[in-house]
Design a protein around this ligand. Structure first.
Ligand SMILES: [Zn+2]
Length: 236
């Protein structure tokens, strides 16, 4: 019974992830979302409901469109798996804490959008600001100077590093780090910055080994920041 329930929850998370991916993919093109049925971007064939089952359908079809056999991005499978795992984690750890649901789902969306377009829309940052505000308010920590110091320190450190390193941190990364500083305080946010930098450097290193030409291609930092924030807030 638990396996069935777990499978169902995983599917819900996977569907949410494919919706986020679609949202991130279509937003800049101003395509209609939600009311138009999902279709293959190459042959425009409408995808049947069965091909929309997360992870399983991707694996069954070998990651290709059923009609024109164009390959879908493997990122699609990756996001579906991450989304499914995240929703299982949230159901398990935070059955009633909806603030945490909103927080982590919004951060997941931020990571997906930043990974594809190198931007973190201000609307998402405002949403994040409001969620942290609500969380501090309900914990009675709104006036705690330790969190304000965290925000200030992160804005300062990331602002200076953006000035010193050309093509380093972007404006969206700086704002996100400031918000993480406010959410976790100075020590937690410093750990986030350290872990995210470590992951970013490892990914550059791995890319250097697999494809030397891409060494100077930019990497989005937001997904690493989000992942590091999740680890620090949940585990550290
Ligand atoms: Zn197709």
């Amino acid at each position: 019974m638990y396996v069935l329930y777990g499978g169902f929850i995983f599917m819900v998370g996977g569907c949410l992830a494919s919706f986020f991916y679609l949202l991130a993919d279509r937003l800049p093109r101003k395509e209609r979302i939600g009311w138009s049925r999902s279709h293959c971007d190459t042959c425009h064939h409408v995808l049947s409901p069965l091909t929309l089952i997360p992870v399983l359908s991707f694996l069954c079809l070998g990651g290709k469109c059923r009609y024109c056999h164009t390959k879908f991005s493997p990122l699609y499978l990756f996001y579906e798996a991450v989304g499914g795992t995240l929703v299982i984690y949230l159901t398990w750890h935070y059955p009633d804490a909806y603030g945490n649901w909103f927080l982590y789902l919004l951060l997941f969306l931020i990571a997906v959008v930043d990974q594809q377009h190198f931007i973190i829309p201000d609307l998402f940052q405002i949403g994040l600001f409001l969620l942290i505000l609500a969380s501090h308010h309900s914990n009675g920590q709104l006036g705690n100077p330790a969190y304000l110091l965290g925000a200030f320190a992160m804005l300062l450190v990331s602002g200076i590093s953006a000035l010193l390193v050309r093509d380093g941190l972007g404006g969206g990364d700086i704002k996100l780090l400031g918000l993480f500083g406010w959410a976790l305080g100075f020590h937690g946010a410093t750990l986030v910055l350290f872990l995210a930098s470590l992951m970013g450097l490892s990914s550059i290193f791995m890319r250097h080994h697999s494809n030397k030409e891409q060494l100077h291609a930019p990497i989005p930092f937001g997904p690493f920041l989000v992942l590091a924030f999740f680890f620090v807030r949940e585990i550290a």
